[in-house]
Design a protein around this ligand. Sequence first.
Ligand SMILES: [Cu+2]
Length: 347
Amino acid sequence: MFAALDSIWHVGLPFAQTDGFWLPGAATTDPAMDRVFYLILVICSLLFLLVVGLMTFFLVRYRRLPGRKAEKTATQNILLEATWTVIPVVIVGVIFYQGFVAYMRMQTAPPGCYDLRVSARQWAWQFIYPNGHIDDNLHVPAGEPVRLTMTSEDVIHGLWIPALRVKMDVVPGRYTSVWFRADKPGAYDLLCTEYCGDEHSSMLATVEVQTREDYDAWLKDAANYLKTLPPAEAGKLLYKRRGCAQCHSTDGTAGTGPSFLGIFGKSQKMADGRSVIIDDNYIRESILEPQAKIVAGYQPVMSTYKGLVSDDDITALIEFIKSLSKKSPLRAPTHSVDRGEGQGVGK
Ligand SMILES: [Cu+2]
């Protein structure tokens, strides 16, 4: 009986490839999720029609009429009770079976999956590629099974890719995983589905499904962004990817750390009363030895990036911070000669 149901549902599925009334167009030809969805939808719709239909019929049939007496309600009817117990049990059994099969399928990745890592944090996604590249968006090769191994750096998030019919919680302190096979090249939405704080609604990313060649070319190029982007742009990417954005804003609002807006070239008060001019060397020191000088009014909670960022990364970050000051810095750096002076300013 289940096999028969299976084949019925299989037949109706090609329309899932285009945007439907109920589900967005699928980028995968795996029918498991759609089958469960439409099965439940059809069962619920039929039951809805049955209940509303009977209700309407009874309303009319047994309405109050002059001279009509209300009939006594039956108090016990074994046959009726058995019927309305057995039929729902069968229906729930079918739904459970279909749901369980689809769930196990989603959980059990086929051998030879292409593995990517996902790290979620308030409020951004990071996708970590086999060659170490970290990206805000998810790129995957088409037609191959891909497995995401996911964890969160703070609260619970939820990864949802409607077009690929996968959704899984992303939990701090442990790993969860999903796999899928994206068959149709294109760009699809990826959303967070666990309410995770103020900016939850902007925790979005794009899934780029590319042919194998396009994907390989993209990955090679993307990993190389420090060499291909202007330093200030590369610094902006690092600012997001290395988590600086969690504590430092670029719009002037103080967070856990001071904002980066317009600070370059300014004089900053330290907790010990000294004043320091924010220049290349000060920023470099702040990144490598954050505890050396503590900004007045802030807690010494920034930990060192020594070993985590390269010299090129630091240069890019400095150029980014510099680019957030509208005017050129008034002072030259206080210690060493700065090669890239003026670059990226006013962007
Ligand atoms: Cu989230």
